[in-house]
Ligand binder design. Structure first.
Ligand SMILES: [Zn+2]
Ligand SMILES: [Zn+2]
Ligand SMILES: [Zn+2]
Length: 155
């Protein structure tokens, strides 16, 4: 995501607000981790986040703590984990008012950019049904689809 400062501040403000509403707190470190992900235009690993943190905030932070803070941010739906690549992205809908839909991630295998697209509830219900009919239970209904983005396809 390439955000200007106003957009970034607005998103952080919304994130603080939604943490308060759910009884959590966006501490300075958690906020900085979120800023790191919002400032990156690619999904980041916990190690990459720790590197960025050191560079941007002049403070060394253990990777274990990064994981813990990511857990918190994921619980708050501010950050999503891409299981297929073991990397993290900031949610694209932090500053939105609508209900967060089950996300589907479109991952470009060439430039590694990711787009978060909400999936309609009836599609997820249908998916869940067919999975349960096969006697299988999903840990998460999030979808990660690998392909090629329009920029790379044209390039
Ligand atoms: Zn999201
Ligand atoms: Zn939205
Ligand atoms: Zn691409």
């Amino acid at each position: 995501m390439s955000l200007n400062e106003t957009e970034l501040n607005n998103i952080i403000h919304q994130a603080e607000h939604s943490c308060v509403e759910s009884g959590g707190r966006l501490t300075v470190k958690r906020k900085n981790i979120l800023i790191a992900l919002l400032s990156a235009d690619m999904p980041q690993s916990a190690y990459e986040i720790a590197d960025y943190y050191k560079e941007a905030f002049k403070e060394t932070i253990p990777v274990m703590s990064v994981y813990r803070m990511l857990e918190f941010l994921m619980k708050e739906s501010l950050v999503h984990k891409l299981s297929s690549t073991n990397k993290y992205v900031a949610c694209s809908h932090i500053a939105c008012n609508h209900v967060h839909e089950v996300p589907q991630f479109l991952i470009c295998d060439q430039c590694h950019h990711v787009r978060e697209v909400g999936v309609k509830k009836d599609i997820i219900d249908a998916l869940q049904n067919s999975v349960e009919n096969a006697n299988f239970y999903l840990n998460s209904p999030e979808l990660e689809l690998h392909g090629v983005c329009n920029d790379c396809r044209q390039g």
